[in-house]
Design a protein around this ligand. Sequence first.
Ligand code: SF4
Length: 201
Amino acid sequence: MKHSSFNLNEQNLKTESRIVVALERISEAFRVLLWNESKENSLSPIQIQILIFIHFHSLEKCKVGYLADEFNMTKATISDSIRVLLAKELVTKKTDPIDTRSFSLLLTDKGKKIAKKASFFASSIEQPIEKLTEEQKTIMLNGLLKLIYDLNKSGIITIQRMCFTCSFYNAENGIHYCDLLKTKLAESEIRVDCPEYEMIT
Ligand code: SF4
């Protein structure tokens, strides 16, 4: 029978299983923190996530289809959330001049205020990470990036904008290099959400 990370007898014999369970605990912490932030603003967690995403990403990424991929949800679910955000005057639509059926979302002043404050919802997760040494942080970052890379390859994580899958990324003899920024990237500088990211085609 297949091994389960949640079987305590087996879990305590396998480091991988304990990492999986630890990640699950952390995802619970994200869920609770996001939920608290949502309640404060009488919004749902996904509506808060959309506002934060719009606040920090370029216009061409703030479209229904892209948001659906970003959050692994259907376009219909994202559209429902957007309807609420429009009704509450937290976002406005900017129609694409070439394709008038397509639009991007912009934050209103009211939406910006909420997004700015809500973007700190995970601060209490960042604080304990700050206490780690630089070496520990780099090891943790690299482990997580490799995990995201594999989950993306297997189709579980749809969208990511990290160096390892970027057309500008090069690696030789363990040295990471960005052809766009024309610079070496230290292990600790590998990006997880890069504004200049371009997917390998
Ligand atoms: S453009 Fe960004 S994601 Fe791509 S290699 Fe350079 S730093 Fe990494």
